[in-house]
Design a protein around this ligand. Structure first.
Ligand SMILES: C[S@@+](CC[C@H](N)C(=O)[O-])C[C@H]1O[C@@H](n2cnc3c(N)ncnc32)[C@H](O)[C@@H]1O
Length: 271
């Protein structure tokens, strides 16, 4: 059941300034998710426009009120919500700008025989971001090894933006355990690391099934783990800084490996 929002001028203006902004933000978030349901969205748009009108004397909203809104376009809803969020002095996090409108249904997903192993990652943000990239780019599964934050970490789940529901995740006591198991299952396990004997990602041709191992933000992949892998891959660096953020490195490698594998239709796993 959807909530109905209706405020008289007297009731709305009786709230504190902060509460008024929160109400508007809540209504805009509801409008975002129910935008295409006209029966729900039409009265909600009217309530939002009314509340904006009630705020005619509010100086903090001068810039926002200077524009005339109809809320007929989805982008207008998002811009208005982001502008109000700024006034409310909220720093926008990715999870605050969670847009579901263009997501496909799970049946339209494609999956490839590529898995990701996270070796004792520290940052919940990096883990969430890698899960999101893995899901978006068609990986099968992510192994959260050792001290890597898991599903009980809210920041990780928020950063993954809903993708934790659409990709298999497994927590493993150690990275070694995950690697040994995947090697037995026929995966070619690649350490993604800046080590001297690493092959350039550009020169890499994946075999049938690929597992990529990503390392801790400060320590990289543990040396004993690199040795256990079948080979090491490096993303060629051309700048001043010696390494990329681990989430960025993961996305680049996944994009490349999935791209190479997807050229071979026999390797694709369709749901
Ligand atoms: C920030 S790096 C680790 C820091 C690095 N050991 C150092 O000394 O600066 C974290 C992880 O990102 C991945 N990574 C970052 N840049 C990379 C690159 N150019 N090639 C391959 N992996 C990279 C690796 O998996 C690495 O373990």
């Amino acid at each position: 059941m959807r909530k109905i929002y209706r405020y008289s001028e007297k009731k709305f203006m009786g709230f504190s300034e902060t509460k008024r902004l929160d109400i508007l933000l809540e209504m805009l978030t509801a409008l975002e998710s129910g935008f295409s349901d006209t029966e729900f969205s039409a009265p909600l748009k009217e309530s939002i426009l009314n509340c904006l009108y009630y705020l005619k004397e509010d100086e903090t909203l001068q810039d926002i009120r200077g524009k005339s809104y109809t809320l007929e376009n989805f982008s207008e809803v998002i811009y208005l919500r982001d502008s109000l969020n700024r006034v409310r002095s909220k720093n926008l996090r990715d999870s605050d700008i969670y847009i579901k409108r263009y997501d496909v249904s799970p049946e339209q997903k494609s999956k490839f025989p590529v898995v990701v192993i996270l070796d004792n990652l520290r940052s919940a943000f990096n883990v969430g971001s890698i899960i999101r990239s893995s899901e978006c780019l068609g990986a099968e599964k992510v192994y959260l090894c050792g001290t890597t934050p898991g599903l009980n970490n809210k920041k990780m789940v928020d950063t993954a933006m809903g993708t934790t529901d659409f990709i298999e995740l497994e927590s493993c006591a150690s990275t070694e355990e995950a690697i040994v198991r995947l090697q037995k299952e026929g995966y070619q396990v690649c350490a993604i690391e800046l080590v001297s004997n690493a092959i350039s990602l550009n020169d890499f041709t994946p075999l049938k099934k690929v597992a990529i191992v990503l390392g801790n933000e400060s320590l990289g992949i543990d040396e004993s783990i690199v040795e256990l892998c079948d080979l090491s891959l490096v993303i060629p660096m051309h700048g001043w800084k010696n390494s990329l953020n681990v989430g960025t490195a993961g996305a680049i490698v996944l994009y490349d490996v999935v791209g190479k594998i997807s050229c071979n239709s026999e390797l694709r796993i369709d749901n």
